[in-house]
Design a protein around this ligand. Structure first.
Ligand code: B12
Length: 211
């Protein structure tokens, strides 16, 4: 088993000390932070997702692993993941839609956007469409980012976009959406301006939308 697979497996088993050791070892060996994230930590969360589906793991345990993963990203990978590009590309209002509390992916995208020079207003999780509309009015961003991780909350992306349209603010902003169940076809259907499958492509997307 490769070192990155070891990270995935140990994260899924919540062997925190081992995960720390393995991430440090990979960094010392010169493995790029993005590879550690994609092939180690994210793969570990996929294993956890499967365990959730089969009800082999309880929600508090999933939450514990999720928090730990965020901590590792923050403490050990964040400085290396950031591009350090200081150009101000503009302001993004970002939220996980109403009914959905998943925020690891959102936070990762936000971290990369900030590193690439965007100013981000993070509205958090479970955010109702009205709050998002109010935040657009108040902050005057040039972009809105919406995240949804559940098939049951995907429709809330559409509801939110519709509410933005009704408020008359749609023309002022570009809307990008993402989250594991979301794809380009869905983005087209709901009238978003763009979709990206992960945090680094989200940054490229945001840059292209900001142009
Ligand atoms: C951690 C986790 C939780 C944690 C969340 C903690 C937190 N603070 O986020 C907790 C325990 C709270 C949780 C709860 C639930 N969860 Co959950 N969870 C997960 C898990 C294991 C990992 C998600 C994750 O963080 N992935 C890692 C991040 C980095 O990836 P990501 O979120 O996909 O984000 C990336 C991209 O999608 C993209 N992206 C994300 N957002 C955006 C936005 C934009 C604009 C762009 C461009 C890109 C983008 O970039 C990100 C970075 O690369 C997934 C399984 C999985 N592998 O996805 C299940 C999963 C999403 N959960 C699931 C379920 C069913 C639930 C619950 C309903 C369980 C329950 N019975 O209570 C609840 C729902 C609670 C709610 N109302 O939201 C299912 C969803 C099934 C479905 N198809 O709808 C999954 C797939 C597990 C499974 N296989 O059954 N969960």
């Amino acid at each position: 088993m490769s070192d990155l697979e070891q990270i995935a497996k140990n994260l899924a088993n919540a062997n925190k000390t081992k995960v720390r050791e393995l991430v440090q070892l990979a960094l010392d060996q010169g493995v790029p932070a993005k590879e550690i994230l994609d092939e180690g930590l994210m793969k570990g969360m996929d294993i956890v997702g499967g365990m959730m589906e089969r009800e082999e793991i309880m929600i508090p345990e999933v939450l514990d692993v999720a928090r730990f993963m965020s901590q590792i990203i923050d403490e050990m990978l964040k400085p290396l993941l950031l591009e350090g590009d200081a150009n101000p590309y503009g302001k993004v209002v970002f939220a996980t839609v109403q009914g959905d509390v998943h925020d690891i992916g959102k936070n990762l995208v936000i971290m990369m956007l900030e590193g690439a020079g965007f100013q981000v207003v993070d509205l958090g999780i479970d955010v109702p469409p009205e709050t998002i509309v109010d935040a657009i009015r108040e902050n005057q961003p040039n972009m809105l980012g919406l995240s949804a991780l559940l098939t049951t909350t995907m429709p809330m992306i559409k509801t939110t976009i519709d509410e933005v349209k009704e408020s008359g603010l749609r023309d002022q902003i570009k809307i990008m959406i993402g989250g594991a169940p979301v794809d380009q076809q869905f983005a087209d259907e709901v009238g978003a301006d763009g979709y990206a499958p992960d945090a680094s492509s989200a940054t490229l997307l945001a840059k292209s939308l900001a142009d």
